[in-house]
Design a protein around this ligand. Structure first.
Ligand code: GAP
Length: 446
């Protein structure tokens, strides 16, 4: 394994050691493709979601937010085409009977390499199709229980509420509905940490437009660029992000056109982070047919009834978390010492600033540091206090979790009410008035 490829291993280890991400149900042996977010991970994920919510929903006049339920009846998924078409090709190893996705050369190669160690050559079954939807039943009696699915994409929760939003908010085309929430897929080969999971979170916008080819092309281009700009705003360098068009045979069953935003991972090259899909009238038309409820839009001025088309922006929250961690993981030397730090944008950092007393055994310094910490926390809740070990160790601990600023209370603070503030990436320190700390940090974390 090259040093480059091993970055994923280093991220997995840092994420566990420092309370970002843990294997799901780890003390019971873990559940494949399921992860739990710890105290720092949940803050990082929240910051990414907030950035999406602000940019795609709250700051726009033409987009509404919503939050639909995870459980939806089987009929929804028949209408959306997922019951029939949401499948992956699967092959079974004839030696150990493990099942692997037939269209993932890395998974096939990894499996064959495992048997090759015992000098065995794998032969595979013919490919069969495997549906990814995760189903369950609701109701107390086996006979009458209703089959439901945990949504395979959050999208359908928006489409089935199209009429509710029309009737309650009276929007005019074009307009969008965005949401963030969990989706579930029975992935055959969950792999690469947060990249391919069975339970994950999505952030999506369904943008409804007039059914017109030129308008479709214009809106599609607009949302491609908008998504790319948003993604770059997470702090990626331009050379690690690209837009790629799907080949016609790659597109999902609902897509007239589809592009991905991809991230150049150090472990497996370019990988999908985000999709922009031209879904046409597929969803609203099918739900109208299957539910019997008219989901058309009536133009107030012309009285014309139309089924709008949908341009979708769909991103994986967990993939964004993983790619942000990969992009920000940095090893360097500072003051002659090796260090590891997360070069997170301050806006995304789980902790914005840490406050230290220079010495732990000087009650005057500790009391002042505690008071500065409590005052700061009222204005910036994501602030930490640390008096463990020496100051160098405290800096390293905060660097490793991406804290952009460390504030040290020293003897001069007691004399003139100024403190040193140290910037994570450069290690540079400056002295500023304690009364200006909150304003200084606020400006940098916007
Ligand atoms: N509504 C459209 C849709 O769901 P998708 O390309 O299947 O499209 C959208 O998924 C995004 O969800 C992907 O770009 C990816 O970021 C994320 N995603 C999909 N499957 C995932 C999985 N198994 N684990 C983690 N993220 C996943």
């Amino acid at each position: 394994m090259t040093e480059h490829e091993d970055i994923l291993g280093k991220i997995v280890s840092l994420a566990k050691r420092r309370g970002f991400i843990f294997q799901g149900s780890e003390i019971y042996g873990g559940l494949a493709g399921v992860y739990d977010y710890g105290p720092l991970g949940v803050e990082l994920r929240h910051n990414i979601k907030q950035h999406f919510w602000d940019t795609f929903i709250a700051m726009r006049d033409d987009v509404y937010g919503m939050s639909a339920a995870i459980l939806m009846p089987a009929r929804v998924w028949e209408a959306s085409g997922h019951t029939e078409l949401f499948t992956d090709p699967l092959v079974e190893c004839k030696i150990c009977h493990e099942r692997v996705r037939a269209d993932q050369p890395e998974a096939i190669h990894d499996h064959e390499s495992r048997h090759a160690k015992d000098k065995k050559q794998v032969s595979w079954s013919d490919p069969s199709v495997f549906n990814l939807l995760v189903g369950t039943k609701l109701g107390s009696s086996e006979k009458t229980a209703t089959p439901v699915y945990l949504r395979g994409e959050i999208t359908q929760g928006v489409h089935v509420n199209f009429k509710n939003v029309l009737d309650s908010m009276h929007p005019k085309l074009p307009f969008g509905i965005g949401q963030i929430g969990k989706a579930f897929r029975n992935e055959i080969t969950p792999r690469d940490f947060l990249f391919r999971q069975r339970e994950f979170e999505q952030m999506e916008l369904q943008y409804y437009i007039r059914p017109d080819e030129e308008e479709g092309k214009r809106q599609f281009e607009y949302w491609k660029q908008f998504s790319l700009d948003w993604f770059l705003g997470l702090g990626f360098s331009k050379e690690n992000i690209r837009l790629r068009a799907h080949e016609p045979d790659e597109r999902a069953h609902y897509a007239k056109d589809a592009w991905d935003i991809e991230y150049k991972t150090p472990f497996a090259g370019w990988k999908e982070a985000w999709g922009i899909h031209h879904r046409g009238d597929w969803d609203l038309r099918r739900h109208s047919e299957f539910s019997g409820v008219d989901l058309s839009y009536t133009d107030n001025e012309t009285g014309e009834k139309i089924i709008p088309w949908d341009i979708e922006c769909s991103g994986g929250v967990d993939r964004a978390v993983l790619f942000v961690l990969l992009e920000s993981y940095t090893e360097d030397e500072l003051g002659g010492e090796k260090r590891v730090y997360l070069k997170l944008k301050p806006k995304l950092a789980p902790i914005k600033a840490a406050v230290f007393p220079l010495l732990k055994n000087k009650p005057g310094l500790v009391a002042k540091a505690e008071s500065v910490y409590h005052d700061l926390k009222k204005q910036i809740p994501q602030v930490a206090f640390d008096d463990n070990g020496n100051i160098g160790k405290r800096y390293r601990r905060q660097d490793e979790i991406g804290t952009p600023f460390c504030v040290t209370i020293d003897f001069e603070t007691l004399e003139n009410d100024t403190a040193t503030i140290r910037e994570r990436d450069s290690g540079k320190q400056e002295r500023i008035a304690v009364s200006e700390l909150a304003g200084f940090i606020q400006k940098k974390i916007m």
